[in-house]
Design a protein around this ligand. Structure first.
Ligand code: PMT
Length: 408
């Protein structure tokens, strides 16, 4: 992928369209070429002239325009020109048209003709975002490899605060920049664990934790989009499988251990983002515990530590653990780095409500052996995943270059 990108910014008709000029300015400031395509209603929110002046290129507005005398249709030449298409804002209508594969305007038609990285930055009210139909379209798009940037919780045009606000321009630009790494993990196999485990108490109850799987699934989506063969071992979560990912569902820590042990020898990178139970009931009650019998006495036993075992079963893989901490982040992470024989521990402070369990965003610090720690500031989990893979790729390339010069 070239250093500078050709970005086609699709602007659809919502109030957040007023941020499109800022996205254009920022992309151009970073050295990228930008063209804009507006839907019919976008012009009510931002003028084509503004975008034309900033991009120094006419705005695409009509479908099926013929390019000057070339006979080539503009949606084809625009799709071939672009390395990335980013639709920001993506309204309900535009999301639906993209999910359904409609070709009823220039932007939708160009997206159909386009084969590169497609990003969408939805913007709408909380009620619209939560509608089953919209969520189904988003799931469909993500399932096809479309990268979702936001939306985020914040002040909305209605005056309320809630989910549905378009991601900020710098986050959208960072996501566009992130697409340059597509393909850099080609030839590598990445094994990722995600989500919680459920440890049965009786046929209807279990011990678990608050992991939603979002961090692990973001890592898997990122790895697959960068060309890795991606194996995702997931505990019980309600998330769609990212495009191009091979997913294996498990329930308990023992099942996760067994599956990881089977797959890890194939992997060059193993990332344990799952919140695996440390303890489970010694045995599960065969029938449902009755309230009238009073609280049961529970005896717990430890589970096998999967990450620690990886040193034996995948000695050559880059072994990355996550650490969910509520205090003493650094000392706990360093203890786990040594104690679990990992190469990296990625620590997050789960006592905060804006990061960690269940949140859209994360902030992590990477602790590595004999190297300074690196903090990845608060941003969407998918972008955190991107930064982590940038660092992993650097480390693996460094190791491989060292092996090549020493003939190893
Ligand atoms: O899923 P989300 O809602 O997006 O939340 C993300 C997250 C907070 C779950 C994630 O970022 C995270 O921190 N995952 C690790 C949670 C955890 O179990 O941390 P720990 O400090 O208890 O364990 C340290 C490491 O050992 C982890 O890599 C864990 O997968 C691994 N482990 C733990 C127990 C066990 N029996 N076997 C293991 O391999």
């Amino acid at each position: 992928m070239p250093e500078s990108l050709n970005v086609l910014l699709g602007v659809s008709g919502g109030i957040a369209a007023f941020k499109a000029p800022e996205i254009v300015r920022s992309l151009r400031g970073n050295g990228h070429s930008v063209r804009c395509a507006m839907t019919r209603s976008a012009g009510a929110f931002v003028t084509p002239l503004t975008l034309e002046v900033l991009t120094e290129f006419p705005v695409y507005r009509e479908e099926y325009l013929q390019a000057n005398n070339s006979g080539e249709e503009l949606h084809i030449s625009a799709a071939r020109w672009a390395d990335v298409i980013c639709v920001a804002p993506a309204t309900c209508n535009t999301l639906a048209r993209l999910a359904l594969g409609l070709a009823d305007d220039f932007l939708a038609t160009t997206c159909l003709a386009f084969t590169g990285s497609l990003l969408v930055a939805p913007a709408m009210t909380s009620e619209m975002w939560e509608k089953e139909a919209i969520q189904a379209h988003v799931t469909t798009l993500q399932g096809r490899g479309v990268i979702l940037v936001g939306p985020v919780v914040g002040p909305l045009a209605t005056g309320e605060t809630g989910m549905g606000r378009m991601a900020e321009p710098d986050e959208i630009v960072a996501a566009i920049e992130g697409t340059r790494n597509r393909g850099d993990l080609r030839g590598r196999t990445v094994l990722i664990t995600a989500g919680p485990t459920h440890e049965a108490l009786d046929p209807v109850r279990f011990l678990s934790n608050r992991s939603s799987g979002k961090m692990g699934f973001s890592l898997a989506a990122e790895a697959a989009s960068r060309g890795a063969r991606t194996l995702l071992v997931s505990g019980p979560v309600c998330l769609p499988t990212p495009h191009g990912v091979e997913r294996i569902d498990v329930t308990t820590a023992a099942e996760m251990a067994e599956t990881v042990e089977k797959l890890a020898p194939e992997a060059g990178i193993v990332i344990m983002a799952a919140a695996v139970a440390d303890f489970r009931p010694e045995s599960a009650f065969e029938s449902k515990l009755k309230k009238v019998s009073g609280p049961p006495e529970l005896r717990l036993e430890g589970t096998e530590d999967i990450l620690t075992r990886l040193g034996e079963i995948a000695p050559n893989a880059l072994r990355v653990g996550f650490a969910a901490e509520t205090e003493k982040l650094e000392s706990e992470a360093r203890r786990k780095l040594e104690g679990k024989n990992a190469h990296w521990i990625v620590a997050n402070d789960v006592s905060r409500s804006d990061i960690g369990f269940g949140s859209e965003d994360n902030e992590v610090t990477v602790f590595r052996r004999n190297q300074p720690s690196v903090t990845i500031p608060l941003q969407a989990k998918r972008l955190v995943a991107g930064r982590l893979f940038d660092l992993m790729q650097q480390e693996l390339e460094g190791v491989e270059a060292g092996m090549a010069t020493t003939g190893g």
